[in-house]
Design a protein around this ligand. Structure first.
Ligand SMILES: Nc1ncnc2c1ncn2[C@@H]1O[C@H](COP(=O)(O)OP(=O)(O)OP(=O)(O)O)[C@@H](O)[C@H]1O
Ligand SMILES: [Mg+2]
Length: 394
């Protein structure tokens, strides 16, 4: 029971979605901005606020959590105290539920009924004054409580400490995929003007490579994921620029390598990981291909075997064999090239021009989203089933 067939994962916890690594790769600028915006808190216990926004999986949550953890360490090194509460407003999606979460930081058993929001806020002030230390409230996915509701809670929290005495200030870090301007009308905007904006751009392919490498080194045994593997994970998630997608593929690929008793995370493990996230990937697209394009794709998926990519000339050799097998005349190079380009347009393959050892240049083809062997089986199945009889031969 619970037996592992091999050992790839050294620290499984560090692959979990809410793990906060020591470093947030390539987000030094955003960390720096947070540091600048929160220096009044660090220096004089003054309340601060920031609004972090940007696309899905661009590291907003992990940056905010890392920053709060680092700030806690800074305070304790200076013999001071500071605390933070993290509230996910998508889960705690009413102002009441959110304020309850904050209150429970001080009073774990605080009842979930019987108090109005204003009453809880008064009690919160009292609890904070008694504690005598600053608090940072992180309102993640804050749009969920800004949308539709009265926006009263967020407004009150931004001004929470105005009439409070002592060190017990309340600072805010709000996070959303949407800009504040798109969520609020102009009148409400002006009440938030003290919130400083920090933008999180989509990660580039290069960024994703660095993130995957860093997280793989944290989580996996040494030398279990090579650069081709890192590159493939980055490419699969590049379309979305999404580090969460990359982390999910990494985790699934590592588990599948262990399950299969392999000593490394192979490209196929990664493709399987990617495909399991989008399990219906390409199924419909494959159905829509005509006979010629199916044969061209079959030739590529058979030729590629375990390589990350393969030259078009090698694929064409396999194509000749495939055509013979299915009793169809093989097309000339230019026609084959058109099929390859069509398949690329469909997102089924990817091509790149590479320099050959003899100095010439050649088109290479890669299949990223599904293990080539599995793709070959799918096409063979489609070619062998009767619905394909009479398909277009041009
Ligand atoms: N720069 C980075 N370095 C290391 N890990 C990262 C980095 N950026 C993101 N991650 C990891 O990728 C995943 C997604 O990041 P995160 O949850 O912070 O994104 P987000 O911007 O909050 O996305 P969403 O808008 O969907 O909530 C997390 O597991 C996080 O740890
Ligand atoms: Mg998030």
């Amino acid at each position: 029971m619970f037996e592992r067939n091999s050992r790839i994962i050294r620290d499984g916890e560090s692959l979990s979605f809410d793990y906060v690594p020591d470093k947030v790769v390539l987000r030094e600028a955003q960390m720096g901005e947070l540091e600048r915006m929160f220096s009044p808190l660090a220096m004089d216990n003054r309340a601060c606020s920031a609004y972090l926004w940007g696309s899905v999986g661009s590291g907003k949550t992990v940056t905010a959590k890392r920053f709060c953890e680092d700030m806690k360490v800074y305070f304790s090194e200076n013999n001071r105290r500071m605390d933070y509460v993290y509230v996910n407003c998508r889960i705690r999606n009413t102002e009441y539920a959110a304020v309850l979460d904050i209150m429970r930081h001080y009073d774990r058993g605080f009842p979930d009924r019987g108090f109005a929001i204003d009453e809880i806020l008064t009690l919160l002030k009292r609890a904070m004054e008694k504690e005598g230390a600053p608090l940072v409230v992180v309102l993640d996915e804050v749009d969920c409580i800004l949308k539709g509701s009265t926006k009263n809670l967020v407004y009150q929290l931004t001004r929470f400490t105005e009439d409070m005495k002592g060190k017990a200030t309340l600072s805010l870090i709000m996070i959303s995929q949407y800009s504040l301007a798109s969520l609020l009308d102009e009148a409400s905007m002006s009440t938030f003007r003290r919130a400083n904006m920090i933008t999180f751009m989509k990660y580039t392919l290069e960024d994703l490579r660095a993130i995957v490498r860093y997280r793989a080194d944290l989580a996996l045994e040494k030398d279990t994921l090579d650069e081709d593997g890192v590159d493939l994970i980055a490419r699969l998630s590049e379309e979305f620029g999404d580090a969460r997608f990359a982390m999910e593929i990494l985790e699934r690929a590592a588990h599948s390598a262990e399950k299969e008793g392999l000593s490394t995370v192979t490209l196929d493990c990664i493709r399987t990981g990617g495909a399991s996230i989008y399990s219906d990937v390409s199924e419909n697209k494959l159905n829509d291909l005509d006979m010629n394009r199916k044969l061209a794709l079959l030739s590529i998926s058979r030729a590629i075997k375990t390589a990350p990519s393969i030259s078009i000339s090698k694929c064409e050799k396999t194509y000749a064999v495939v055509c013979e097998e299915y009793n169809v005349p093989a097309k000339q190079h230019t026609q084959y090239y058109t099929y390859v380009k069509d398949l690329e347009k469909q997102g089924l393959i990817r091509t790149e021009v590479k320099r050959e050892p003899d100095g010439g240049r050649a088109t290479y083809i890669a299949i990223d989203s599904i293990p080539p062997k599995e793709l070959a089986h799918k096409i063979e199945y489609l070619l062998d089933t009767p619905q394909n009889e009479g398909a277009d031969f041009e």
